[in-house]
Design a protein around this ligand. Sequence first.
Ligand code: TYD
Length: 135
Amino acid sequence: MKINPKVITLPKHTDRRGNLSFIEENTHVPFDIKRVYYLYDMPAGAERGAHGHKALEQLIIPLSGSFEIILDNGKETFPFFLKKPWEGLYVPPMYWRELKEFSSGAVCMVLASEKYDENDYFRDYAEFKKAALCN
Ligand code: TYD
């Protein structure tokens, strides 16, 4: 079954000491978590992403600060603005993504359903679009 991109609201425990959120695989994200990576120290104006994945599923969380994500399925684009550390964007396979407009000090954490595999990437937009439209 094909799932659409969606913002997932994570659990949030608040008390006088601050907030705590957590993520369990297959409960708060619809996949096994095989990898975690994070982007930080982005210089002003940096743009990241600009690729698609054949099979990888991800949850992208703005641990600190904010940024914009544009998803593209080859036919339509879907803009998201992430700024809440208790909300993550679920990105299914076969979406081209661009991340930009990082606020100063932003930290972007990504939970991924597979280990790093360069063969899972589309790095060329034309190639991605061709595959997406046949999908
Ligand atoms: P890249 O895919 O260009 O980052 P982004 O698309 O998020 O801007 O990755 C940058 C480099 O890091 C590239 O050489 C691949 C490597 N890398 C890993 O080795 N493991 C990983 O889990 C990721 C996401 C990237």
